[in-house]
Design a protein around this ligand. Structure first.
Ligand SMILES: C[S@@+](CC[C@H](N)C(=O)[O-])C[C@H]1O[C@@H](n2cnc3c(N)ncnc32)[C@H](O)[C@@H]1O
Length: 214
């Protein structure tokens, strides 16, 4: 297994303007690919249910979807709780075009979130942190924009299964412990668990959910 990709020091990996433009352009082009980048998700999928459970009450709460893509998770949460204030941030403006009306959108990088400290009640990121390149910086940013006591959920792939899928050259996966450690720098409570798409199916180890409270 090639361990270098996820055990490399943070200083090794930089989101240079060139790499950022390449990632953005790649996702801009992918936006029309509805099969691999769907704009909807079945609300019964455990990834959706677990985030919702972890975030708790959404009514009147301001919630950030980090690397939201077409906003499929925010779409479900908006339908479930129309009085939530949902925001989606993504590096790809083309992806953001698909985000449903009523969800605030912002183009930008999760490594430099364009929001003040503690602006959100909670935040989540699904299969997006793995594209951030400067992972520790992105984790620090996500935690910075959430208020003290707020909840954070991250779902991504497990570095212990690196190689199972085709990945672009900038993508990084993390072990449960690695991301737990990063989150602990900013959060008072952190746990992680293996998850599968369906609650009653034993996880195969590919997906991990990290659940934190600042
Ligand atoms: C695999 S898609 C997942 C999208 C969405 N979270 C979902 O589950 O449908 C990864 C997303 O991360 C976005 N992304 C990649 N690098 C980013 C960065 N540095 N900051 C913000 N978004 C980023 C991409 O544009 C893309 O929309």
């Amino acid at each position: 297994m090639n361990l270098k990709r996820f055990f490399s020091k943070p200083a090794d990996a930089q989101l240079t303007p060139e790499l950022r433009a390449r990632i953005q352009s790649s996702f801009d082009q992918a936006a029309s690919d509805e099969e691999h980048f769907p704009s909807t998700i079945d609300p019964r999928i455990y990834h959706v249910k677990l985030i919702r459970e972890h975030l708790g009450e959404l009514k009147g709460r301001r919630v950030l979807d980090v690397g939201c893509g077409k906003g499929r998770f925010a779409r479900v949460f908006q339908q479930q709780e129309p009085e939530a204030e949902l925001w989606g941030l993504d590096i790809s403006e083309e992806m953001l075009r698909y985000v449903p009306a009523g969800i605030h959108t912002r183009a930008g990088s999760m490594t430099e979130l364009p929001f003040p400290d503690g602006f959100f009640d909670s935040a989540y990121a699904t299969e997006s942190l793995e594209h951030a390149v400067e992972i520790e910086k992105a984790v620090a940013e996500i935690c910075r924009v959430v208020k003290t006591g707020g909840r954070i959920a991250i779902i991504d792939k497990n570095a212990e299964h690196w190689g199972r899928l085709h990945t672009p050259e900038w993508e990084k996966w993390f072990t449960p412990k690695q991301l737990e450690r990063m989150l602990r720098t900013h959060c008072s409570q952190v746990e992680s668990r293996l998850i599968s798409y369906w609650e009653d199916i034993e996880p195969d180890g590919l997906f991990v959910a990290w659940l934190a409270q600042k």
